[in-house]
Design a protein around this ligand. Structure first.
Ligand SMILES: Nc1ncnc2c1ncn2[C@@H]1O[C@H](COP(=O)(O)OP(=O)(O)OP(=O)(O)O)[C@@H](O)[C@H]1O
Ligand SMILES: [Mg+2]
Length: 430
């Protein structure tokens, strides 16, 4: 992958997020280093999903080690394979299991962020539904059959799943709206699919369905949607959930266990091959996984399922289990990363060399001196400083990188304090 294929707008977005210390979404693959084995493993998962299978992975890494970055890369790769993706960060108001609306809220966030190759920025739910209709119309034309027969046949495949009858009813309503050019009905169908109806009576009046999407329906709805994307001509659905540490922070053991039980249910379901075209990838810190009191390991059935292979340590890896551990970037990889950043930056000014190659080892030595091995362990601040240096060099022809480097101060990137979420209503205590 060369930086030549990076569009100027994407390049600016990439640089902007690196400078502000936000994990880049656009253009991430242009600065990607290492993780070859991990990417290959996930690529196989994506292939399995695209073939109608399922997969479950938990990406575990220390604070700042690159979990979100990795999730973003996989999301991009999934879209390229024509898999629809949805991502969301968990937080006190968004959980996998809840009774106060937090699971519905997670579902709504996922739907808002639903993205596909043609709609990479999100908001792809409409597109998927429209695609289902146009795909069915094209099939009907080809087979010289009535469109509604094709549509009903396809929807029958959904009816056998939990909540499938209502899902199919909503899609059928969208089809009627499509035929009659009824924008209100269309909008109501989309609202239902996004989990925006809060009263059953309203949903029944608008669409003739009995149910609405509540907390308990989260996973079943995602399964339905996965099947639906395939009926629409896409290859499946990948759900990326980040910041799983928020479940570990739940102080109420019942609330925590409810969420862990849900994770177990999803893991079992996906690994037993009961599910078509659906993958889950979750990002979390090591304590979220292994803490015996509050982590996933506190739930015995999960501990045995997620226990790491004791042989896979000291540089040896095993990527066949559900847990993938992201090691910290090595010094070499970090050097490569700075090289790529420099190239991305240089992209705008090919005629002028902003930073000679020799500056990279000097920059690494400087960071190591100031921060110790934290310079590679949590690259965020170091990257920020490096991009800041490039920015000044770009704008000041007379500036000397050696002088600037000497003046570069860096602060270690420390994890945020773990705050507990004390009760179901998600208030904070220290
Ligand atoms: N494989 C990689 N190649 C290039 N850059 C990377 C890689 N991994 C991480 N980075 C860089 O490190 C930064 C921090 O990574 P990221 O935000 O993904 O960490 P994290 O593990 O999600 O952190 P947190 O625990 O705070 O959520 C990213 O913004 C990215 O610039
Ligand atoms: Mg992160």
């Amino acid at each position: 992958m060369t930086t030549a294929s990076l569009r100027p707008r994407d390049r600016d977005a990439l640089i902007q997020s690196l400078r502000s210390g936000v994990t880049p979404r656009v253009g991430a693959r242009h600065i990607q280093v290492g993780r070859t084995g991990e990417i290959a493993a996930l690529d196989k998962d994506l292939e399995r999903i695209a073939e109608g299978g399922a997969s479950f992975r938990l990406i575990v890494g220390e604070y700042g080690s690159g979990k979100t970055f990795f999730l973003n890369l996989i999301r991009g790769a999934a879209m390229e394979r024509q898999i629809v993706v949805a991502h969301a960060d968990l937080n006190p108001g968004r959980r996998l299991h809840a009774s106060g609306g937090e699971a519905r809220s997670l579902y709504a966030e996922l739907m808002k962020n639903l993205a596909s190759r043609t709609k990479p920025e999100g908001g792809a739910l409409n597109t998927v539904v429209e695609k289902f209709i146009t795909t069915a119309l094209a099939e009907a034309r080809k087979a010289a059959r009535k469109p509604e027969d094709i549509i009903h046949e396809k929807l029958e495949a959904l009816s056998e799943l939990v909540m499938g009858y209502d899902f199919a009813t909503v899609i059928a309503a969208y089809w009627r709206a499509y035929e009659k050019d009824d924008d209100t009905l269309k909008a109501n169908a989309i609202r239902w699919l996004r989990g925006e109806f809060s009263a059953k009576t309203d949903a029944r009046a608008a669409l003739g369905v009995r149910e609405i999407i509540g907390d308990a329906a989260l996973y079943d709805q995602l399964k339905l949607l996965a099947r639906f994307t395939r009926l629409a001509g896409d290859k499946g659905l990948l759900i990326c959930l980040d910041e799983l540490v928020n479940l570990y922070k739940l102080a109420n053991p019942q609330a925590r266990n409810g969420n862990y039980e849900q994770i177990l249910r999803i893991l079992n379901d996906l690994e037993q091959g009961n599910v078509e075209g659906l993958g889950f990838i979750l990002g979390g810190t090591p304590e979220f996984l292994t803490d015996p009191r509050r982590g996933l390991y506190s739930y015995p059935a999960l501990q045995s399922r997620l226990a790491e292979n004791p042989y896979a340590r000291d540089g040896l890896i095993d990527l066949s289990g559900p847990v993938i551990r992201l090691d910290n970037l090595s010094r070499d990889q970090f050097g490569q990363l700075l090289g790529k950043l420099s190239q991305v930056y240089q992209g705008a000014q090919p005629q002028r060399v902003l930073l000679p190659d020799t500056a990279i080892p000097a920059f690494i030595a400087h960071s190591e001196q100031r921060l110790g091995e934290a310079a590679f362990r949590t690259p965020r601040t170091t990257i920020k400083a490096f991009v800041g240096l490039l920015a000044v060099l770009e704008q000041n022809e007379a500036a000397d990188w050696r002088v600037l480097l000497e003046q570069t101060e860096m602060e270690a990137d420390e994890p945020r304090a773990v705050m507990e979420v004390s009760d179901e209503r998600a208030s904070f205590t220290l």
